[in-house]
Design a protein around this ligand. Sequence first.
Ligand SMILES: NC(=O)c1ccc[n+]([C@@H]2O[C@H](COP(=O)([O-])OP(=O)(O)OC[C@H]3O[C@@H](n4cnc5c(N)ncnc54)[C@H](OP(=O)(O)O)[C@@H]3O)[C@@H](O)[C@H]2O)c1
Length: 254
Amino acid sequence: MANVMSTVLVVGASGSIGRPAVAESLGAGYETRALVRDEAQADRFPEGTRVVVGDLTDAETLRDAVRGVTGIVFTHGSHGGAQEAEAVDYGAVRNILSVLDAPARIALMTAIGVTKHTPGHDWKRRGERLVRASGLPYTIVRPGWFDYNTPDQHRLVMLQGDTRWASDPSDGVIARTQIAQVLVGSLTSDAATRKTLELVAENGPAQTDLDPLFAALRADPAGALDGVLDRDNMPLDQEPAGVVAELDAVRGRF
Ligand SMILES: NC(=O)c1ccc[n+]([C@@H]2O[C@H](COP(=O)([O-])OP(=O)(O)OC[C@H]3O[C@@H](n4cnc5c(N)ncnc54)[C@H](OP(=O)(O)O)[C@@H]3O)[C@@H](O)[C@H]2O)c1
């Protein structure tokens, strides 16, 4: 049975994936909320978008944005060092989940290579772990390099295990619009539930039906912190105490 989707919140809506995700959500007929930190960004969105203002680093400012949503698409991301990654990449997920008042379907974008340790990757991966621990239905999408695809590279390929660690476009490429399609499309796909995937495109036309692609993937085991085929290289007993406490806080909230 397909999930009932009516109201979608796009986090990081002003960003390079957020904007096409808003368009995709509107196109799917959902009431679409674009979460921005600066009200002046309101005119970036198509007519019909509901712009909501909040600071991703401050949970209390996010309550109105999440009230009544049935789906959340996380497309935010920082470009700075470890502190910004903690506050924004991880903090946005923690803060949104902490004020969410009813279950919602989650689509979270992180990055290909996220399991290769860097301060930024580690905080994105901790955000993934919060989503898995929450018990909410989710899909985690780790895209390759944005818009490095050639004009004939649109055939979507979903990978698992996060084995591509070159940290350059040889890891895979993908159009921003296709990332948005997969994120929004996952919200109503039962086949996408509890799946973690790397998303790239190869030569060939885009597929019209995403379900067979999602269906071919392995689901993350219930209760697992990492993607089903991920390397086991971030042991919980070596994680910061605050991170462990925040995982405990989100478990069983829904
Ligand atoms: N480029 C690639 O090939 C690639 C591949 C895979 C993954 N990624 C990851 O994708 C993420 C997004 O990249 P992008 O190019 O789409 O970035 P972007 O266009 O700058 O979008 C980032 C979004 O996050 C929001 N944001 C950033 N810092 C914030 C803060 N302190 N408080 C509130 N909102 C904040 C931005 O809001 P404002 O508009 O208000 O700044 C914007 O909406 C990055 O973290 C990157 O690591 C990139």
